[in-house]
Design a protein around this ligand. Structure first.
Ligand SMILES: NC(=O)c1ccc[n+]([C@@H]2O[C@H](COP(=O)([O-])OP(=O)(O)OC[C@H]3O[C@@H](n4cnc5c(N)ncnc54)[C@H](O)[C@@H]3O)[C@@H](O)[C@H]2O)c1
Length: 349
């Protein structure tokens, strides 16, 4: 098992290893005061792992209740958010009690937003069951729900009290959902860890614990420097400006991981054509993405991609912050005038 300590507005541990769901009760009871535990999960993860978690929590003395949503992004909505708040109130949860988010990023974001706002903040334990949630959404404290006008438009920064990543639970992930997470892992490699990048040339599953730990350590280092994304945390958006545009233009038919894969490939090619990195660096990035059967190209035009990207909430004023790879393991932030974005994307298509 690997443990990584995050010191942000809250200090907490991220534990990564096999069979952690079975010890979740004992580990959580060391941290939390209240006796009530609400397991929030979805209708795919629930039947697989809810019972294991509930048994462990009961054994540690918790009163356990469960709130189950339908799987998929559409569940990260205002209706489920209010239903969860009302559920916690009906179950008489108070500030010392704990929400256990058991699932992927959808469950994690919804649970985190509810936990951060119910009575101005409950205890929160994240138990990620997708690779994407393990390396990204369960750590760092961003919570959100989607509004009709767009994704993640209502949310908070709210760090969890504990993150337990049971690597055994990732064994049931369908291949496509696993590779969505791999896109984010590739991102971390390009961003800050050349060894991780090369590790991905071998099978991922046997080295899951180490791969997740490396990603979490990178995210930890960045979040500790900039918890609320005013500066360096923007580095975590490598591939995401174009990625969000691809996702939005496809009306979310293209998954987040696949869209980010396209985004990273486009930016890598554009960066090499602009002389910001070598052609070899760009080719290595594109080839690694392609080796997982993740897409490296899109049929959307540069004009449409730039238009959609500029609707993204991460734009500020007359410029947009792009994350540019200088080498494998090193990226920089580059303020780019909004007027130059279309040309830049066009170079990478
Ligand atoms: N908060 C953040 O910092 C952050 C970062 C990145 C992404 N996100 C958010 O995360 C969400 C995407 O997360 P995701 O990719 O985990 O999607 P998800 O939560 O929808 O999970 C994907 C699918 O996998 C299933 N599943 C989950 N674990 C499983 C398991 N162990 N075995 C079998 N099936 C399993 C789920 O039921 C679901 O159908 C998006 O809403 C995105 O906005 C948040």
């Amino acid at each position: 098992m690997k443990t990584i300590t995050v010191t942000a507005s809250k200090t907490y541990e991220v534990m990564i290893g096999p069979d952690l769901l079975a010890s979740a009760g004992a580990l959580a009871s060391e941290l939390v005061k209240g006796l009530s535990a609400a397991i929030v999960t979805d209708d795919i993860v629930g039947p697989l792992y809810r019972e294991r978690l509930a048994a462990s929590l009961k054994k540690a003395g918790f009163r356990v209740v469960s709130f189950v949503v339908r799987h998929g992004e559409a569940s990260k909505n205002a209706e489920n958010y209010f239903a969860l708040l009302n559920f916690l109130a009906e179950e008489r949860f108070t500030r010392g009690d704990t929400v256990f988010a058991l699932g992927g990023g959808v469950v994690g974001d919804l649970s985190g937003f509810a936990a951060s706002t119910y009575m101005r903040g409950l205890r929160l334990v994240q138990l990620p069951t997708t690779l994407l949630a393990a390396v990204d959404s369960s750590v760092g404290g961003k919570t959100a729900i989607d509004l009709i006008a767009g994704k993640n438009l209502a949310g908070t920064f709210y760090q969890p009290d504990l993150v337990l990543c049971d690597t055994s639970a990732l064994a049931t992930l369908p291949g496509e959902i696993l590779t969505d997470g791999v896109a984010e892992v590739i991102k971390y490699g390009v961003l800050a860890d050349e060894a991780l990048f090369h590790m991905l040339k071998d099978p991922v599953m046997p080295r899951l614990e180490e791969i997740i730990a490396r990603c979490v350590a990178i995210k930890r280092d960045i979040v500790q420097r900039d918890e609320t994304e005013t500066g360096p945390r923007k580095l975590l958006n490598f591939g995401h400006t174009v990625g969000h545009a691809v996702e939005a233009l496809s009306n979310y038919a293209i998954s987040h991981g696949r869209a980010v894969a396209v985004g990273m490939a486009v930016v890598a090619r554009a960066s090499s054509k602009k002389g910001l990195c070598t052609q070899d660096t760009a080719e290595q990035i594109v080839n690694l993405i392609g080796s997982f059967d993740l897409p490296t190209a899109t049929e959307y035009s540069a004009a449409r991609l730039a238009g959609a990207a500029l609707h993204d909430k991460k734009r500020s004023g007359g410029s947009i912050t792009l994350v540019v790879p200088e080498a494998i393991g090193r990226c920089v932030l580059r303020e780019t005038p909004v007027s130059a974005l279309e040309e830049f994307i066009g170079l990478g298509l």
